[in-house]
Design a protein around this ligand. Structure first.
Ligand SMILES: [Fe+2]
Length: 418
């Protein structure tokens, strides 16, 4: 984070934002049954119950004890259960066993949330003026953290439900996506010495800073992400069985695990279907392809005679676009056909490994574990997706995942040199 985002927000505005974000998390869970809260289909997906407790723990770990004298946590062992990966804070329940926690119950976790909310709202009202900037900064971080988990909730619920042979939909009332193929245009982009990274006083994570120079060559960007129809052509052209298209690690992976299509796709009587948050649907060829790994995105680009854009190429383009798109407020929760789609719909894999910007400094103390320690072996994605909350996307935002992960709403856009 740069600047001090807390310095220009009022107490009532921040209290309002706190209530809004916390309520939004609970709204996502309204459609869940108690049984759904417990599921953890793979190590990467956490049970919804764990998510909603963990985002509350974040305030107990990084805010309340530092500002409230003699603060008593809701439960002395919740720090162990709901710490995610903050080693300097203490030990934790192993990630792969979060689904083993039938206790605390869902009701208890909601009481935990209410307890933390009461403490936090009273702190916002009562903290000394001379500590306001620090407090506001940490709460803003905590709320952005919670919004990241809102996105994870949708991703994880989708995967958790997908392994059930009944293929239950999370929601029965989601809008269908429209039809309509949009021809791709190639947008010419001039190279040169450019600047990327976050600047200014608005909130950003530490990994988006500092702003710095990059050298870009002239290049072209596709005017929209790759569609299902285009990806089907790659499959039909034996894309998954031609080693010359694949990075070595990707080739090993797809053969080891038998991948022959994106996650959630299946063929039924010769027709392609896909699992969505609304249950099984016919594959709409005009939608952006989603739930592909970095390896699949890279192989597709090679097959198409193009390449993935770098994160700098995408950020500079994003910075020239309005931050609008198919986010959660569209209530589709699925990528839909369209043009541009710089923000929303699908996170776009880039060719850039996730690493520190020149001069990067992690946040002080345990909050420095938020981003910096993951800067190895992951790839950057840009732009946000259909399960990103509106207001949580920006040009400089760096998402990152391992190249084999595809339960993320991840797609791709093509680029080419010159
Ligand atoms: Fe977290």
């Amino acid at each position: 984070m740069t600047g001090k985002p807390g310095s220009h927000v009022t107490r009532s505005d921040l209290a309002g934002e706190y209530r809004r974000v916390r309520a939004e998390t609970e709204q996502i869970c309204v459609l869940l049954q108690a049984d759904d809260y417990q599921l953890q289909s793979i190590t990467q997906t956490s049970p919804p119950k764990w998510h909603i407790a963990h985002v509350s723990w974040f305030f107990e770990a990084f805010v309340l004890p530092d500002f409230v004298a003699g603060y008593r946590p809701f439960h002395p062992r919740f720090g162990y259960l709901f710490n995610s990966y903050y080693e300097t804070v203490g030990s934790m329940q192993p990630r792969s066993t979060r689904g083993m926690l039938s206790r605390p119950t869902v009701d208890e976790v909601y009481r935990y949330r209410a307890y933390v909310d009461e403490q936090m709202l009273s702190l916002i009202e009562s903290v000394d003026d001379n500590r306001w900037t620090d407090l506001a900064f940490r709460i803003t971080l905590g709320l952005n953290h919670e919004q990241q988990h809102q996105e994870l909730l949708f991703m994880d619920i989708k995967h958790n439900f997908s392994v059930n042979p009944l293929r239950p939909g999370y929601s029965q009332t989601l809008q269908d996506t429209q039809d309509g193929s949009v021809p791709v245009q190639w947008i010419e982009r001039e190279g040169g010495i450019m600047e990327i990274g976050h600047a200014g006083d608005d909130f950003a994570y530490d990994n988006e800073t500092p702003r710095h120079q990059v050298l870009l060559q002239d290049h072209k960007l596709a005017s929209r992400p790759v569609t299902n129809a285009e990806y089907l052509a790659f499959i039909a052209d034996d894309g998954y069985t031609r080693p010359e298209l694949w990075l070595s690690d990707g080739w090993s992976l797809i053969n080891r695990d038998g991948w022959r299509q994106p996650l959630y796709w299946q063929q039924q009587d010769g027709q392609w279907q896909q699992f969505t948050l609304g249950g099984m649907r016919e594959l709409n060829p005009d939608e952006p392809v989603c739930h592909v790994s970095f390896y699949e995105a890279d192989a597709y680009a090679r097959w198409a005679g193009k390449r993935l854009p770098s994160e700098a190429e995408l950020e500079l383009m994003l910075a020239q676009q309005p931050v609008t798109g198919n986010f959660t407020d569209h209530a589709i929760l699925h990528p839909q056909p369209g043009e541009g789609q710089w923000y929303g719909d699908v996170w776009e894999w880039t060719a850039t490994p996730y690493g520190p910007y020149p001069g990067f400094k992690p946040l002080a103390g345990s909050m420095g574990e938020y981003n910096g320690k993951f800067m190895c072996n992951q790839m950057v994605l840009r732009g946000g997706c259909c399960v990103t909350p509106p207001g949580h996307a920006r040009a400089s935002y760096r998402n990152f995942f391992y190249p084999d992960e595809r339960w993320v709403f991840s797609g791709l856009r093509l680029a080419e040199d010159g």
